[in-house]
Design a protein around this ligand. Sequence first.
Ligand code: IPE
Ligand code: IPE
Ligand code: MG
Length: 239
Amino acid sequence: MTTPAHVAIIMDGNGRWAKARGLPRLAGHRAGVEALRQTVRTAPELGIRWLTVYAFSSENWSRPKSEVSDLMGLLKLFIRRDLAELHQNGVRVRIIGARTGLEPDIAALLDEAETLTAGNQALNLVIAFNYGGRDEMVRAVRKIAEDAAAGRIDVPEITSETVSNALDTKDIPDPDLVIRTSGEMRLSNFLLWQAAYSELVFLPCYWPDFTTRQLVEALGEFAARERRFGGLAARGVAS
Ligand code: IPE
Ligand code: IPE
Ligand code: MG
């Protein structure tokens, strides 16, 4: 079976999972963190080398203040509680998304997670936090424009590689497979540039109900797909 080297997941449906049980949304987000823990443990066993998860979008700030603060609290808790175990298991953590404007304690935790795990190789865990594909592209365009204005790059020399290298995902391969849970069939501003040729799999289950079974199901669907990248012959993993 062809295993995708890089799986990216839009972890959606925490709120609806909670609502279906008559619980507050926070309970859904907590259950979602547990599903994330399990997925991080299982992914390397299934041959996945890169796992990117959409944890908080640049648009999620528009949610009620209390929910935003619950989500920030859960991220802090996740890093504080799980960082040692992640490190022990050889997980390298990287965070993509805008870093400016974050609470200083959150920014410090993100830096700490990246620094501590920088030498690990068992699994690359990329957390998309305060991330939006459009925001990422705007920041990249600014960087390239600054380089051009300062004479560090000639405009005709700008290629798709220049753009890739200016994105938060510099040095991270494009996702082979993007999974979204909760039945919604949209990208919601996730990896807009990077998912150009990703296979998309939409699962009906809410994120807290996502287990190894659903992951294996998505991998099976991926293996049955024919990737062409615009050509005529099927091609395997693009990394
Ligand atoms: C995904 O679950 C988690 C985040 C966006 C942080 P939601 O909170 O979007 O849950 P639903 O979509 O309302 O069910
Ligand atoms: C996408 O889910 C963001 C995350 C999973 C972090 P949303 O729930 O925010 O997306 P929409 O609003 O349904 O498009
Ligand atoms: Mg949602």
